[in-house]
Design a protein around this ligand. Sequence first.
Ligand SMILES: NC(=O)C1=CN([C@@H]2O[C@H](COP(=O)(O)OP(=O)(O)OC[C@H]3O[C@@H](n4cnc5c(N)ncnc54)[C@H](OP(=O)(O)O)[C@@H]3O)[C@@H](O)[C@H]2O)C=CC1
Ligand SMILES: CC(=O)[C@@H](O)[C@H](O)COP(=O)(O)O
Ligand SMILES: [Mn+2]
Length: 383
Amino acid sequence: MAQMQIAVLGSTGSIGVQTLDIISEYPELFKAHTLVAGRNVDRLIEQSIKYRPSLAIISDDRLYMRLKEALEPYGIATASGRKAVAEAMQQTSVDTAVIATVGYSGLEPTLKAIESDKRIALANKETLVVAGELVNRKLAQSQSRIVPVDSEHSAIYQCLVGEQPQSVRRLIITASGGPFRTKGIDELKTVTVNDALSHPNWDMGAKITIDSATMINKAFEIIEARWLFDISPEKIKAVVHPQSIVHSMVEFIDGSVKAQLGLPDMHLPIRYALGDATRLATTRPGLSLADYSRLEFFEPDVEKFPMINLSYHALERGGNVACVINAANEIAVAAFLAGRISFLDIRRVVEKSLEKMPYIPSPAYDDYVNTNFETRQYAESII
Ligand SMILES: NC(=O)C1=CN([C@@H]2O[C@H](COP(=O)(O)OP(=O)(O)OC[C@H]3O[C@@H](n4cnc5c(N)ncnc54)[C@H](OP(=O)(O)O)[C@@H]3O)[C@@H](O)[C@H]2O)C=CC1
Ligand SMILES: CC(=O)[C@@H](O)[C@H](O)COP(=O)(O)O
Ligand SMILES: [Mn+2]
């Protein structure tokens, strides 16, 4: 197999850093061709000196000169800005794009990578939340393919190997329940940013960690599954599994249920996606079931975490509804992290934005761009 040339978008983040670990684990198979960061120019410089990509891009233009001056002596090409990120997806020398930026920023490069027939390892679930229907339409017109990185979707993907679509009865997406699983509804009024950032099992970036705490992450994952696996929403169910050892399950029409298990460690789904769904041997620690005396499963508490059900609402209405939810949530989570609103205000901002923003039944790309922009403005105005 020729060495795979990989563009890592979001290389300075949680998934990006773990992707670079996997690239180092198999130097004969993988090469970091392009690294893209948002604002952490120091980490991008460090990574570039270590991994020697052909190209390093910083999204924030103001940081470009620092990047250029640091990497010029190493002969590494540099660029900045959103347009440069999109153009990087069209490089013919890149085979695979790992989309691991956070939020709406994943959409444009993913669409460009699809147009350029790249293989995509998709961590950025927001892309499918915002515009899953458009992404699937574009995929149908190209040679591009998406392999999921999100742990639940990687699990389902693995469970579906060798199965017929018509044999699937249900997808069962596991949820840890987040840091507030055992708290009472009233206690949620006073939780702090630090409380919400204390995920019981996974070490992740701040935005997804807050999404796990509100459980809107599960709503996003239900929407993500609907588009990734082309399955109707009523066949997708979330179940709370506090240990995060069973990463998700598929139930088949004969009553059989397949599950994928592993430690809560994203290296595994990233490795599986980079390996294009082949198994690559590793010396990293594996799962010892004897260490887990109990694996528990519960119905989600939708009274305490009503945003889980936004998934079904968004999929039933379609159009730009999920794009509105995502944009409002991004603004609300950023405001919560900055100490500007309380934890329960996140839901208020999302619900009010949903009431306010105009419905667009069949959005084109520009409609998503406008919906995202206008919803963010509205959400900011009610913070
Ligand atoms: N972390 C995890 O375990 C999991 C994450 N995911 C998904 O993966 C994605 C990434 O999550 P995670 O790694 O936790 O997030 P982090 O916040 O840790 O990292 C985000 C990365 O995106 C970069 N970035 C942010 N905005 C832009 C932009 N506009 N242009 C270019 N780069 C940008 C950041 O750059 P910088 O830091 O330089 O500003 C950083 O490298 C999310 O969509 C998340 O939902 C899914 C499953 C598990
Ligand atoms: C690691 C991963 O895939 C996350 O999406 C994780 O599942 C979040 O945990 P929750 O199950 O608490 O949302
Ligand atoms: Mn997940």
